[in-house]
Design a protein around this ligand. Structure first.
Ligand code: HOC
Length: 374
């Protein structure tokens, strides 16, 4: 890196420079006119602090407690598909960055490294994210994750069908990459990215790689983000009964569904609109958190639009236990691999610590709504 990036937006610019347009658009883009995506960012910007003065903030910590464990910071690396398209062996690079920072890494069903490979080569606090493409396959994946030592299962419930992403449609984005004059030009004009992909081999949906026909069909279905759209509450109950560890449901966007998850014995939910990548015109998860966190006994996590450590302070003050990082850490990965992802975590952690001092709260456990201008 010639100029040291100082914030997530700097990493976004570097990612934009290194990646072909179609890959950057896949990472950066959202559903339809991208109003949900922009609402997520705008919602954080609209929240002001109510800083407390004359508080001793000379000794601070950044740790939070989740499921009876202490995490050094409130950040969790969100599950994201196709990380290998951003950086060769991107899943392992991200998992290693998370391990170095001591935070959980959530491996996506749509990863480009296998469940076992990530456990062996990265380790750390591993969580597994499940997309139910086919029920038999889902059972198999969950069993593999358990066997490989993944501690938490995260079920994503907001991709019953594929959201419409205009940028991807315009670009003809698909895996395997389609060779058209435009996509070839896009690749050759980004030679650092292209060489990495050639050296490492083009990304596959690694968890599904198998010579049997079922998996080939499942792989194709996942590529189209075509899940089992019949998966519903009684299936969640069955999953709850089958998975002995912590179970998180990701993609919840109403108080009613939060309560239903709690009644079924789910351990936590992630308030999420999938980074504005699925449904257009939905509330920002941080706004939903502000509405419902004081009515809920269950741990709430939140994602969507976190680009600053201060955003995590806002989320915790409004009742979140932790926040998930999607695009923020992927910009770092896309710009500079494990090093970039690790630096993103350092930047966010430093910003988080500075903000705690500036709002007058030396311990995240003491954050509450009094630190927010309501
Ligand atoms: C091509 C397979 O959650 C996203 C991801 C999609 C995961 C399936 C990708 O892009 O929002």
């Amino acid at each position: 890196l010639t100029v040291t990036p100082v914030c997530i937006d700097d990493y976004r610019s570097l990612a934009k420079r290194r990646l072909p347009r179609m890959v950057f658009d896949y990472l950066d883009g959202g559903a339809e006119s991208e109003r949900s995506l922009h609402r997520n960012l705008g919602a954080f910007a609209a929240i002001n602090f109510a800083p407390r003065r004359l508080v001793d903030v000379s000794h601070r910590n950044s740790s939070v407690s989740l499921f009876g464990r202490t995490l050094p910071t409130p950040f969790v690396v969100a599950p994201t598909g196709l990380n290998g398209a951003l950086w060769p062996d991107g899943d392992v690079a991200l998992a290693r960055a998370a391990r170095s920072a001591g935070i959980p890494f959530v491996l996506s069903t749509a990863s480009n490294a296998t469940i076992e490979d990530v456990a062996e080569r990265a380790g750390g606090d591993l969580w597994f994210q499940l997309y139910v493409v086919q029920r038999d396959l889902a059972r198999l994946l969950v069993g593999r994750a358990k066997e490989a030592g993944y501690r938490v299962l995260v079920l994503t419930v907001d991709v019953a069908v594929n959201g419409k992403r205009d940028r991807d449609l315009r670009n003809g984005f698909a895996i395997p990459f389609r060779q058209t004059p435009r996509s070839v030009l896009d690749a050759v004009t980004h030679p650092r990215w292209a060489l990495g992909q050639i050296r490492h081999g083009l990304p596959q949906l690694a968890n599904f790689a198998s010579p049997d026909a079922t998996d080939v069909n499942a792989q194709a279905a996942l590529m189209r983000r075509q899940m089992d759209a019949s998966f519903c509450w009684q299936d969640l109950q069955a999953l709850r009964d089958a998975w002995p560890g912590r179970l998180i449901v990701k993609g919840i966007m109403t108080a009613t569904d939060v309560n239903r998850c709690r009644e079924l014995g789910v351990d936590a939910v992630v308030l999420s609109n999938h980074g504005g990548r699925q449904i257009e015109d939905v509330q920002a998860p941080i706004d939903l958190l502000a509405e419902i966190s004081n009515q809920n006994a269950m741990p709430l996590l939140v994602d969507g639009g976190i680009r600053r450590g201060a955003d995590a302070v806002k989320a915790l003050a409004l009742g979140a236990k932790a926040v998930l990082l999607g695009r923020a850490i992927l910009y770092g990965l896309a710009a500079a691999g494990e090093e970039g992802a690790g630096h993103v975590l350092q930047i966010l952690t430093a910003e988080f610590d500075t903000t705690l001092a500036l709002v007058g709260c030396p311990d995240p456990a003491r954050l509450n709504r009094q630190f927010i201008q309501l």
